[in-house]
Design a protein around this ligand. Sequence first.
Ligand SMILES: [Fe+2]
Ligand SMILES: [Fe+2]
Length: 378
Amino acid sequence: MKLKFNSDGKFKILLFGDIHEHYDYETNPRFKDMNKLMNAALDEYKPDLCVLLGDNCNTNHIEDDPEAFEKMLRAVVEPMTSRKIPVAAILGNHEHDHGHEDEVIEIYNRIEGLIIRNDAPEGVTGNANFKELVYSSDGEKPVFCLWFIDSNNCFEDRSVSHYDYVHPDQIEWFEKECGKLKEINGGKPMPSFVFQHTPVPEEYELLRKAKLWELPVAVRGYNTKKDTFYVGKKGTKDYVGEGPCSPDVNSGQFASWKKVGGILGAFFGHDHLNDFSGFYDGVFMAQHKTAGFRAYTDGCKSCVRLVTIDENNPEVFEQELRRFKQFGLKSESLGPVMRTISDRQSFWLHVLGYSSLAAGGITAAALLAKYLIKKHGG
Ligand SMILES: [Fe+2]
Ligand SMILES: [Fe+2]
């Protein structure tokens, strides 16, 4: 499938994070809510390509019933396939969970319009590392590169890192391919995006340590960063809902992007509560909350992101985030409170919950201290 800019010089990419669809989708209102979000976003934006950022569909029973998996996947992507919009998919950690990556990729490829494959040579880590070029509107020359990188599953030694990372052999392959693109791009790095499930550790560079009075709105760092609480840095936009679950080992992927040049932006899934974004060292990095309602989420803020690139100015792109309720949609799966309140109210409800917990903790500590002092004194 050849992707190319439209006659107006634009190419629009619509991103969906962690849908986590289940086999009971036909009777579950959470599927209906996700489907409503997808249809509303497709009607509004009319994208040229959609991207599923991993953890797309539950692969639990794929070996016993591949047809059921295919049926579910077809239902998930139906809003795109019925509109003849291509869909690139990447693997999330949960697509790796059961060791059936090859079957998963094979079933994705049974559906017309879905793009997922492995371009890297045999032996390179990961099951689906590939790239797609976006050609000029006349179809003559590649202008932009979209990288789809497999960030693998969990790390073998959880005391070192909970999540795996993009391995040096994947980075080596990526750099070689970037060298080839540079050659065909007149000696200049080709402008590119990276789409990947698990974020790079540099995502924490968009956050800073929270001050004491900011703790109710702060998030706790993940795994080896669990002793620190974070808030978004100045310039970081949108919602920081949890400590980013990036690997604890830095394999040098971000450094490699800087080395090869041309990487303008990186778009990640995996953290179901984060949709923040910002620039670090000249690279735009964006986190995507779940676009679904199946996995852990506060529900209210399930969102999509549109990224628009321009053939005539490929170094500059536009992007915007839009949440479920901003499309004017009404949820059928959320409870009566969550479906009624605004996103801002849901944020403050979260803060209130946090503060109540903290106040409860302080009161309990004070009572315990009083009891111990009294006991000691008696
Ligand atoms: Fe997920
Ligand atoms: Fe994940």
